[in-house]
Unconditional design. Structure first.
Length: 464
């Protein structure tokens, strides 16, 4: 039986309904029978998918799009205060609900797993959703990206488990009460909302404090930030902590990761026994994500060998080292990586997959604030590629910061030995790459903005 829809969410209106987090909640509510409506800036496959579920989706933001009888307006932290639909909600005295509160409501009454931390939340959440579904447990899930298999970022299932990607960027992950939580790592990121590592640790401590009494925290044993958080939580008697990683003292120890082209074979030691399974994405970083998913499922009581086999059926998430195609002997792969740690992990994974071939990168920085704080590290990460094309900063929700441009990354990269070509007009990138690429090369489009749109254009240009 589907959990009852809270009265406040019976007729919700989502501002920015096409966003990864917003659309997932909207889909689940529509599948449960709510009368869902919303607006987004432009048409998209996500908008069409929502309409197919019975939702009303308007394009553009106008006060008239908000129905007078809406039970609430759902917003994310990206929605500005001057949004006309938000202003109309105030005129009509319609309650405004943050996305995280809406997600917490749809999770109520289910056994939930919340996946937080840097980096790999979407991948880890997806691995769990696919594996649990493959075992016939029919979970509900809300993910920040579309699965390659089911082709959606959210689903209402009839099972008792709900798997959610928990966003720490705006502290919204503090709204959930999971039975099991995963923390992949704790790093300084999201500079618009956190001023220091102490603030971030405090935020994660609050998140861990919301785990139900007797619940489990699955946390990395190899990452300094995760180790520090673990030390801060050790005194909690009502919390079971399970560590995973390559450290000798990890509770779930990664014994070996063997590259197999664009896949990996992973061997772990769990309860004193060796267990080997396949991860269908390359690199140690994704192997660690898979092991965290394994540990979380075991914490819910699922047999490890069954879960390990089911994780092997995961085929990826859009934008997470997603193969877009091949033309003229050149493979084009897409990566969402936009933080230096993510960039390094994906570039190292691609280096391993490339063997003796060259790795060419098209990188689009995401956010002025992130570039200001981490531009040097981004440039250093690009030194792992044979050559890179560097685009202008994708602003997303931010206004420009004087003096902050992608040249901060370019200068740091060149100082680290990277070969970087700056390109201001994305439309010229396919020609630039066609002039650089040779048969056997790998081309990686990388970033959290619209750089993903360049993959098909590059393939078309290579074909011509």
């Amino acid at each position: 039986m589907a959990p009852a829809i809270p009265s406040a969410l019976e007729r919700p209106h989502f501002i920015g309904i096409g966003g990864a987090g917003m659309s997932g909640i909207a889909k689940i509510l529509a599948q449960r029978g709510a009368k869902v409506a919303g607006s987004d800036a432009k048409e998209s496959p996500t908008a069409e998918a929502l309409r197919a579920l019975g939702a009303t989706v308007h394009i553009g933001h106008e006060a008239g799009h908000l129905a007078d009888d809406a039970s609430c307006v759902v917003v994310s932290s990206a929605i500005r205060a001057d949004n006309p639909e938000l202003a109309r909600a105030a005129e009509l005295s319609i309650p405004v609900v943050h996305r995280s509160d809406a997600l917490a409501s749809v999770m109520t009454g289910l056994r939930s797993i919340a996946v937080a931390g840097t980096h790999g939340k979407t991948t880890t959440t997806s691995m769990l959703a696919v594996a649990l579904g493959g075992l016939g447990l029919d979970p509900s899930y809300a993910i920040g990206g579309d699965l390659e298999g089911p082709g959606t970022n959210a689903r209402h299932g009839d099972g008792e488990i709900f798997v959610a990607e928990a966003d720490e960027s705006d502290r919204s992950f503090q709204k959930y009460d999971p039975e099991v939580a995963i923390v992949l790592n704790v790093e300084l990121d999201h500079h618009a909302n956190y001023a220091s590592m102490d603030e971030i640790y405090e935020s994660f401590e609050i998140f861990a404090g919301k785990i139900v009494p007797g619940g489990t925290l699955v946390i990395a044993a190899d990452q300094p930030g995760a180790v520090e958080l673990t030390a801060r939580l050790r005194d909690r008697s009502d919390l079971r902590i399970v560590t995973y990683g390559e450290s000798a003292d990890a509770d779930v120890r990664i014994h070996k990761v063997t590259p197999r082209g664009l896949t990996s074979e992973v061997t772990v030691v769990l309860d004193g026994r060796f267990l080997t399974f396949t991860v269908s994405v390359p690199g140690r970083h994704y192997a660690h994500n898979a092991v965290s998913a394994l540990a979380a499922g075991v914490a819910l009581g699922i047999p490890a060998h069954n879960l390990a086999s089911a994780i092997g059926t995961y085929t990826g998430v859009k934008r997470r080292l997603q193969l877009k195609g091949e033309a003229a002997g050149v493979q084009v792969i897409d990566s969402y990586a936009h933080h230096p740690t993510e960039m390094t992990a994906d570039l190292e994974a691609m280096r391993g997959a490339a063997a003796d071939a060259r790795l060419l990168v098209v990188f689009q920085p995401h956010l002025f604030s992130r570039t200001q704080e981490l531009g040097t590290e981004m440039g250093q990460a690009l030194a792992l590629a044979d050559a890179s094309v560097l685009l202008d900063i994708y602003p997303a929700r931010e206004d420009p910061i004087p003096g902050v441009t992608s040249e901060l990354i370019g200068a740091a990269g060149r100082a680290a030995g990277a070969e970087i070509t700056a390109v201001s007009d994305p439309a010229t990138v396919p020609d630039v790459i066609a002039g650089m690429a040779r048969p056997g090369d790998l081309v990686l489009t990388m970033g959290a903005g619209d750089v993903t749109d360049l993959g098909p254009a590059i393939l078309a240009r290579l074909s011509s």
